[in-house]
Design a protein around this ligand. Sequence first.
Ligand SMILES: [Zn+2]
Length: 212
Amino acid sequence: MLVEACREKGIDAVAVMDHDVIEGAFEFARLSGEAVARGEWAPRILVGEEVRTTGGEICGLFLREWVPDHLSPVETMDIIRSQGGLVYVPHPFDLLKLKRLKASELKALADRIDIIEAFNGKPRLPLANVLARRFLDRNAGFPAGAGSDSHEPTHLGAAYVEMEEFEGPEDLLEKLPRGTVHGKLYSPLASALVRVRIRREKKALERAQVSS
Ligand SMILES: [Zn+2]
């Protein structure tokens, strides 16, 4: 479903960042590589993880291994960086989240942060995207990213960055500032309905596997 969603929406590269787990991202990357080897189209997968820290959620991109959750933001960022990964701060101004890095903390952690999300597609608090953009405009030096925050395939690509082809983390960082952030919020109701449908289909599949 994810490959099909990427193909339909013209998403060439997608970061898979599950909450506190990484196996799915590795599996998707493996399957994608196998499909390409067979001559089929598949998106490029950036293996990542959205890690819950004591100071809110922090994403790692280009990870080689799992990053433990519930550490401090600094510890988490250091673990991500020690793997050669990039530190990506998602939905930075989602004021509805009690635990999050404040603007002053983002500035203080500038040396450890590689990318800040300028647009998040999840319709929690639309104002958050306005505040994120304003922060990025006022604080040059943080490349802007975009995340669909899609928890199911239909909203994949709701937010994305249009940019040059890149190879690896350093190249991405170099080219990202010349990219263009695109994004729209998706409907929370439609999203919930799709998730219910997927859950039902999964259960039916599991039942079929058990009975066969
Ligand atoms: Zn999040």
